[in-house]
Design a protein around this ligand. Structure first.
Ligand code: GTP
Ligand code: MG
Length: 354
């Protein structure tokens, strides 16, 4: 060390034992001592997270479609899902307003569909931006008595930015003031043109109240999914996206995550943005305990050290050390950078300005 400091000092560099040298300079000096310097490989966590790793076609197996239900406030998204699931989520909501993204898995004639209900748009924007591949199909719910509204347009922009298929569900057709033709007309402005008008968008008139048209809507979803030939490799480490997360008084941080690739198991170590942990317990969308989750499956997990953000990408890793290193690097590299990167890649502003 003394020799090096002296050498650098004579070359006009004031350094001490804690100084860092640029790699080029260090390797030049190393050569003078007959050493070859090797640059330490820095794991760029952010690159790693955004990287779409190549998958071998032979490992891919069909997976269920992930469908998000979007649209203007009160147009009946949750009611429509209730009708599909034959449940009553809306009645349990504060003021009937959805405040989080609910995930549910529905069985339709032996075929599975994963639905994500969406509230207003904030959580969803983050999710859309980083999870371009998180959903395959968007159901755009437009109330037949209200027509295209600001959040309808926003939802269209989100779906287009993410490059996913849009199926239009014209809801509340049971209402006297319903005007299906007007909704169709209004949507033509956004390049959503019904098939019977020479376009290629599927329009399904439905009523969440009378259940009219629901079967047809489900059929259209499955048809669309068929064409997409959705596949994933279940035999690899899990990777996916956080749908929602919160701090539970008794259970600590709980996160609802959508597994997109691989299989997530109880006992797996995971890194999720700035959080990490070991999957201690997992419940499916019906609240049942499960030990593993295949691609396209939403699960709620416990075992993270902190509450991750919605839209964050999670990855299963080999051990605790790796999980911790990734989350620590993520923190030190700055979440802002990741956000900036992603925003740059798929900026909604770009879309609006086109
Ligand atoms: P947010 O999640 O807050 O954006 O609302 P939402 O789109 O989920 O709407 P929600 O399902 O909560 O329904 C809003 C209101 O519309 C409720 O009062 C529903 O009862 C009513 N509604 C939903 N679907 C129908 C329908 O098909 N017919 C009629 N008549 N009313 C409906
Ligand atoms: Mg709702």
């Amino acid at each position: 060390v003394t020799a090096l400091i002296k050498k650098l000092f004579l070359a006009g560099k004031m350094v001490n034992v804690n100084s860092e040298l640029p790699f080029d300079e260090a390797s030049e000096i190393a050569l003078e001592y007959n050493c070859i310097a090797e640059e330490e490989e820095k794991v760029d966590v952010i690159e790693e997270l955004l990287k779409e790793d190549e998958e071998d076609e032979k490992d891919m197996v069909p997976r269920p479609p992930v469908v998000c239900v979007m649209g203007h406030v009160d147009h009946g998204k949750t009611s429509l899902l209730d009708a599909i699931r034959q449940t009553k989520v809306t009645s349990g909501e504060a003021g009937g307003i959805t405040q989080a993204i609910g995930a549910s898995v529905v069985d339709v004639n032996g075929q599975t569909i994963t639905f994500l209900d969406t509230p207003g748009h904030e959580a969803f924007t983050a999710m859309r931006m980083r999870g371009a591949q998180s959903t395959d199909i968007a159901i755009l719910v437009v109330a037949a008595d209200d027509g295209v509204m600001p959040q309808t347009i926003e939802a269209i922009n989100h779906a287009k930015a993410a490059g996913i298929e849009i199926i239009v569900a014209i809801n509340k057709i049971d209402k006297e003031s319903a005007n299906i033709e007007r909704v169709k007309q209004e949507l033509t402005e956004y390049e959503l043109i019904p098939e019977d008008w020479g376009g290629s968008t599927i329009f399904c008139p439905v009523s969440a109240h009378t259940k009219e048209g629901i079967d047809n809507l489900l059929e259209m979803i499955l048809l669309t999914a068929d064409v997409l030939e959705l596949k994933a490799n279940p035999n690899r480490k899990a990777r996916g996206i956080v749908i929602e997360a919160e701090l539970d008084k008794g259970r600590g941080p709980v996160a609802t995550m959508l597994v997109q690739k691989g299989t997530l198991h109880v006992g797996d170590y995971i890194a999720v943005g700035a959080s990490h942990g070991k999957v201690r317990a997992m419940t499916n969308s019906r609240g049942e305990r499960v030990t593993e989750a295949l691609p396209s499956t939403p699960v709620q997990i416990q075992g993270l050290n902190t509450v991750p953000d919605a839209g964050e990408i999670f990855m299963a890793v080999d051990n605790e050390k790796e999980a911790r290193t990734i989350s620590e690097t993520y923190i030190s590299q700055g979440k802002e950078k990741l956000l900036a990167d992603t925003k740059q890649r798929m900026s909604l502003d770009d879309l609006y300005s086109q």
